[in-house]
Design a binder for this molecule. Structure first.
Ligand SMILES: [Zn+2]
Length: 211
């Protein structure tokens, strides 16, 4: 059996198990999608949103990319954000990074990862540059990467608040709240590092008054 065939077999077993537990499971899910959460996480295979939060299909709307970045020209992310916030009306948006992130480590190095990855990783280098003094004072490289992971998550949450998508939702329905979390690969625990409740005051440079 090829490795991918195992996935198809596992899928059959999983679907059968779900129906055995709850005969209406798929029927109900297919008719309704009302997740309360949007998850913006890292693509890393070790950080599956549902599994580490003990949630079921239908509970979390998910977007993942390398090092969980919120980039204001990323049409993919912005489409997901707009759909989740304006249409699904999620109550919480969670940016979840993780300690030991390869994207963060790559951005801290001077290695040439070639055009496309270099372009992506430069956004993390910018976060380093904005926090250079604090980070350079951390002698241990792993701890420095851990702190950059936290600062990166904080930056991404703040970027969410700068979008007209979030500002419009805050004005119209006082939600969603924004959260910055970091997951630990070594202990499986999530460390909540930052929070922006709906209608938190942001730098006025980024405020849209006629939204
Ligand atoms: Zn990662």
């Amino acid at each position: 059996m090829h490795s991918y065939e195992k996935l198809l077999q596992e899928n059959k077993d999983w679907a059968a198990g779900k129906v055995k537990e709850d005969p209406e499971f798929f029927k109900r899910l297919s008719l309704l999608q009302t997740p309360e959460f949007l998850w913006i996480g890292c693509s890393d295979s070790r950080v599956p949103a549902n599994e580490i939060t003990g949630t079921q299909p239908g509970e979390i709307f998910v977007h993942r990319n390398i090092a969980n970045l919120v980039i204001h020209t990323d049409v993919n992310l912005l489409s997901v954000l707009e759909f989740a916030v304006a249409h699904l009306q999620v109550k919480h948006v969670i940016v979840c990074g993780h300690y030991g992130c390869g994207g963060i480590k790559a951005a801290m190095s001077n290695r040439d990862y070639k055009q496309v990855l270099n372009m992506w990783l430069r956004y993390i280098k910018d976060v380093y540059r904005h926090n250079r003094e604090e980070l350079n004072n951390i002698a241990n490289e792993e701890l420095r990467a851990d702190r950059l992971t936290e600062l990166n998550v904080i930056e991404q949450v703040q970027r969410l608040a700068k979008t007209s998508i979030i500002q419009k939702a805050w004005k119209e329905r006082s939600g969603p709240d924004l959260h910055g979390w970091v997951y630990g690969l070594k202990d499986g625990l999530i460390n909540p590092v930052y929070e922006m409740k709906a209608n938190t005051k942001i730098d006025e440079l980024y405020e849209y008054e006629d939204i």
